[in-house]
Design a protein around this ligand. Sequence first.
Ligand SMILES: [Zn+2]
Ligand SMILES: [Zn+2]
Length: 203
Amino acid sequence: MPELEKIKVGALETNCYIVGKEGKALVIDPGDEGKKIKEMLSQRKWELEYIINTHGHADHIGANSDLKDGGAEILIHPDDAGMLTNPEENLSQFTGGPVLTGPPADSFLNEGNWNWKGEAIKIIHTPGHTPGGICLLWGGWLFSGDTLFAGGVGRTDLPGGNMNALVDSIRGKLFVLDKEIRVFPGHGPETTIGFEVENNPFI
Ligand SMILES: [Zn+2]
Ligand SMILES: [Zn+2]
């Protein structure tokens, strides 16, 4: 069984998730504080294999370079890949933090199935917050990035944002999932699909 750790990182309190299995790990959205993430990895004795970015904003990719030191591969949807190396697109140029100019993606996550250590992980392309935003459906867990929050949705007023696309993504691809699925968003507390279908005021 995979095990899940959550660490809040950076000024925007991005939720960085670490999933470990059999001594290996992948990190979802290491937005900042690489040192804290590395400490967790060594505490759990997990070797990092993959860095997955749900999208290319600075607050989700800020520690990519720190974590890549050990040889982990960076995966992102192709439509957001350019943001990894472009400080104007990843918004790091405007947020007062370090200007992020890489490293680039090692490989891409398109919609469909992606397998890691016998785990079938479904990549769901959910454009709207950014063009290449993805959610990861992993058994009963959904990592929703900045697409869906507890009682909220990602903002669509940033470059590449599109409210209609976001609503379509959430209605068409997330709200059709099992109600019991636990949702782990890019910011804020966890929720469930069922709770959001009933209560999310934006959809
Ligand atoms: Zn974002
Ligand atoms: Zn964010």
